[in-house]
Write a protein that binds this ligand. Structure first.
Ligand code: NAI
Length: 400
């Protein structure tokens, strides 16, 4: 169980690029990183594309005015001159800026936490992975839902064989907020999401399904896709070639099959993030809307609901418990769990503690790489006319 006591010797000096006043995701980063004030301390930022608004915002959340910078390049240069300069930076800007900011941060000697989808291409991730290795730095990726401890419970039960052999993998991350094109016109956050120059080669495949895909890999680390078929649509035509809906069929190397449904036009849907794993003996199902519950259905027996924080859960699951039974946890706790692991990874890297790094389960740069690889394979299938394609892993050979 976590209670905020320090896991590393002192909090890391942390900054943000983006994540300012009008950003959707900035507060989630801060709520995660600053939950345990023993892990990170927010000391600087280039919070906004608009320097004045960024400075005003930074001061309002308690950052010293002189350390609220007009842009990330100035921040990296100025902070390098200080003895108490920043050690790690989080990048919470639109997709198309991640690669250049990440590269500049590593070159400035910083550890990095970056938003998903990490970059546009696997080549870019490989380049940054090599740079991070050279600089001996961590790159973490904020798959924000993946810190929910019930996912570790699923991982432990599947590993123990509680559901038998995996047969079907049902993944879904959908919502209905883009069912019309209204927000495409007035919302800055929606405008860039449907612009390939800023969003990259996909809309919902990158924006939504990379989360769920990573969570499936977290739960079933040995399951590998052998081929997939992706059918993607732009129901709002102006979004083409970027999809606002996609179905992906998957075949796995062990004979299992699966599907992912990802959509921003699932009209009326407020609760569309689900993972169901069907085995030869039983099934497990988790819904984001009830993050503290896990449905365990054994064939021929009454269905069970496993509840967070109970002693019957696996040790790995309860190790990430924060509030204890009877008290509701949610997305903020998930982010806090991920950020705590980023802090532990950074501290271990700085100390050269490879054993800690090898045993830590968290979304690192390989998780970012797999997300980008997933998008590339889906887009390749869709753009060839929604045909089955072999899932290309070949880049992995010179990586791992
Ligand atoms: P947004 O459009 O709401 O906010 C972007 C922010 O970045 C704004 O504050 C803007 O002023 C700032 N910005 C843009 N360029 C900048 C630059 N060069 N320097 C400094 N600040 C800059 O975007 P949103 O929705 O917050 O998404 C940002 C990133 O976070 C995207 O990559 C998105 O995919 C990801 N995201 C992840 C979520 C998660 O659960 N992990 C949830 C929502 C978004």
């Amino acid at each position: 169980m976590l209670n905020g006591e320090r896991k590393i010797v002192r909090p890391l000096r942390w900054a943000m690029v983006g994540g300012g006043r009008l950003s959707q995701v900035g507060y989630k980063h801060r709520t995660g990183a600053l939950r345990d004030n023993t892990a990170f301390q927010l000391v600087a930022g280039a919070f906004d594309i608009d320097p004045e608004r960024g400075k005003d915002f930074g001061v309002n959340i308690g950052v010293e005015e002189s350390r609220c910078y007009s842009d990330y390049k100035t921040m990296f240069n100025e902070e390098k001159k200080r003895e108490d300069g920043i050690e790690v930076v989080s990048i919470a800007t639109p997709n198309g800026t991640h690669h250049e900011i990440c590269k500049a941060a590593l070159e400035a000697g910083l550890h990095v936490v970056c938003e998903k989808p990490l970059f546009f291409t696997t080549e870019e991730v490989i380049e940054i992975k090599q740079l991070a290795e050279e600089k001996e730095k961590i790159v973490g990726v904020t798959y924000g839902f993946s810190g929910n401890q019930m996912l570790l419970q699923m991982r432990a039960m599947i590993e123990k064989g509680d559901i038998g052999d995996i047969r079907m993998v049902e993944l879904q991350y959908t919502h209905g907020f883009s069912a019309t094109d209204e927000a495409d016109k007035y919302s800055a956050a929606q405008k860039w999401r449907v612009d390939p120059k800023i969003a990259g080669p996909s809309f919902v495949l990158g924006d939504l399904s990379t989360h769920t895909y990573y969570m499936s890999q977290l739960i079933m680390p040995d399951l590998k896709i052998s081929k997939l078929l992706c059918d993607r649509q732009s129901f709002i035509e102006s979004r083409a070639p970027l999809e606002d809906n996609a179905y992906v069929l998957m075949h796995f190397e062990n004979g299992a099959v699966g599907r992912m449904w990802t959509s921003s036009v699932n009209a009326g849907c407020m609760d569309g993030h689900r993972i169901r794993i069907v085995g030869s003996k039983a099934s497990l199902e988790w819904w984001d809307s009830k993050p503290g519950e896990l449905s365990y259905e054994i064939q021929g027996k009454p269905a069970q609901t496993l509840i967070r924080a109970m002693p019957y859960l696996d040790e790995s699951c309860n190790a990430d418990e924060r509030l204890g039974a009877l008290h509701v946890e949610g997305l903020s706790d998930s982010w806090a769990n991920i950020y705590l692991k980023f802090a532990i990874a950074i501290d271990a890297k700085d100390r050269g503690d490879q054993e800690t790094l090898d045993n830590l389960v968290y979304p690192d740069i390989n998780a970012g790489l797999e997300g980008v690889r997933w998008i590339e394979n889906c887009v390749r299938s869709a753009d060839q006319g929604s045909v089955w394609v072999d899932f290309e892993y070949e880049q992995k050979t010179h990586l791992l």
